[in-house]
Every structure is written in structure tokens, then in C-alpha cells.
Design a protein around this ligand. Sequence first.
Ligand code: UDP
Ligand code: MG
Length: 326
Amino acid sequence: MSTKVRYSIIIPMFNEEAVIQETYRRIKKVMGMTGEAYELLFVNDGSTDNCAQMIEEYSFWDESVSLIDLSRNFGHQIAITAGMDYALGDAVVIIDADLQDPPELILDMIKEWKKGYEVVYAKRVKRNGESLFKKWTASLFYRVLRYSTDISIPVDTGDFRLIDRKVCDQLKRLPEKNRFVRGLVSWVGFRQKAIEYERDERLAGETKYPLKRMIKLSLDGITSFSYKPLKLAGYLGALLSASGFLYLVYVMYLVIFTESVVKGWASMIGITLTFNGFVLIMLGILGEYVGRIYDETKGRPLYIVQEVYGGKPQTVQDQQWVSANK
Ligand code: UDP
Ligand code: MG
């Protein structure tokens, strides 16, 4: 692309063939309204359906479309990260492929960005068409996260947001593996602004975030930004040993000063099981952290790109070469 790209739209997709054509059409329409240069970066996160082929085809006749084809499924957060590495725009927008995030909101984000905010995030005031379970667990998660972290991560806010080039460049400096992108965006700071919206129902297809992935994302969020779960072990341990000691004093009192014989193997087993349970839970929490440390030490790249389609240079190095030789 010869003109300087003003906006980069990152669209991660994992088996979204049912919606992707409509997503393309809606985003295209919105971006056309800006009257400025933009690029649509579709990141194929190892889809097994036809969505990547569809975008590849679009990229042949639409210069604004690029497809970054990852070599397998690396997960939503990594797909977004790959998009950021390739984005060239002065402002970068991250949006889901399933039209749950209304593309029309991008225009409002751009307005705020032009006022000088470096991060404009979209806060969900209402979620339509999602199960009660999903709404409750999501709401609980954001509140636990707010309680447990020292930086302020906005509640009820997903990855749908606009970030300035400066923020994107800073995010690219954070190499961590188990990424929780919205937390990282809060961590880098800058002037941030919320705009509110109602989250729509998925246009078609089903969620790619089953419970297991939601749990993984929550754990990534909490462990990346907080030591509180680890400290919990200390507090609980102190509490338990204090109450154990008090109980012991009471038992000794009974033995020395009263006639009653101390009985109760059943209560012993109850207490043993409960406390052993605590210990194992704490070991599990420790394991969550140790596993993540292990991931970091392996130093593997975050993702592997199989191919890039579209009017864009092939790799980050190529991009640097291109800009150096412009
Ligand atoms: N996604 C992805 N890789 C994955 C899972 C999801 O790129 O492993 C994409 C997906 O195609 C969608 C976005 O991430 O564009 C959000 O996923 P989804 O809509 O399934 O999550 P939900 O909105 O149900 O939380
Ligand atoms: Mg969705």
C-alpha cells in the first residue's frame, strides 16, 4: 500500500465462515465513512473451515485486506498480538469477527482518539443473547480481577478497543507468553477513555470460548497481574495454625482440669481432609504460577505465521526494510 495507513483493524478469526462475509461488509462500510486510509488485518487462528480462503480471495481484489495466516490455533489473545505486530496504522482497532462488537462504534472511538485519548475502550453496559451463566461468570471474573490487581483494569470490558500507535508500540515490547491483552493495555497506561455499548448477539456460529478457555483466560488475567492468590496461602496458613493452637489449649484444659475423655476420630478425619484439601489447593495455585514461569523460560516465539496474503510486506523485518528504503 503506497498511502500511509491511518487505521488498522485487527480481526481475529477462528472458524468464522458463517459470519465473515457480513463482518467484512459491515467493517468496510464503516471504514469507508472515515474517508481515510485503512487496512483490515484478518488473523486466521488455525481455522479448519473456509474463512481463511474467503479472506484470501478478498485480498486479491481489495487492497485494504490482508490475511495473516497462523500455522495453527494459538488462541484469541495471541491472534490479536500477531495482528498488532503487523499493524501499520496510526490507530489500531481490535474487534471480534462475530459482530458482537458493533463496527459502527469504531467511528465514535476515532472521534475520542482525535480528541487526544490514546486508548478508547468499549465498555459493555448490557450483553444481549448470552447465557445467564456466561453473564454471571464474566461479571464475577471482572470483579475478582479488580479486587486482586493493583493496576486498574476496567470492568465489563473486552478487547474491543482503539489504541494509538504509541500504545501499540509499547505493547509490542511486552514479550509475556500467557497474555491477557486488555490487562496489558491498562498496564502501559496513557490517557484512556471508555465508551459504552450494548453487546449484541453473535451473528452466526457459536462461541469459541467454552468454559475451559474462559477459565484459562481468567487465570491468565489474575496471575499476570497479581500475587494475591499466592499470599492467600500465607494468610490461610496463619489462620489455621492459630485456630489449631487455640483448640489444642482447649483440649489440654479438658484433659488436666476435667474428667471428660477427649474422643472423636471422626472429627480428626474431617479436619485432616479439609486441611489437606487446603494444602493441595495452594499447591495448585503455586502450580499455576510455576507453569507460567516455565512458559516464559522456554522462550518460544508467541506464534508462527504460515503465510501473509494481501498488499503488505511479508514479515516485520521486511516491513522495516520497506520503510528504510522508501
Ligand atoms: N478467536 C480466535 N481464536 C480462538 C478463539 C476465538 O481467534 O482460539 C476469535 C473468534 O473468532 C472471535 C473472537 O476471537 O473473533 C472472540 O471469540 P468468541 O466470539 O467465540 O468469544 P465470546 O464472544 O463468545 O466470548
Ligand atoms: Mg463473540
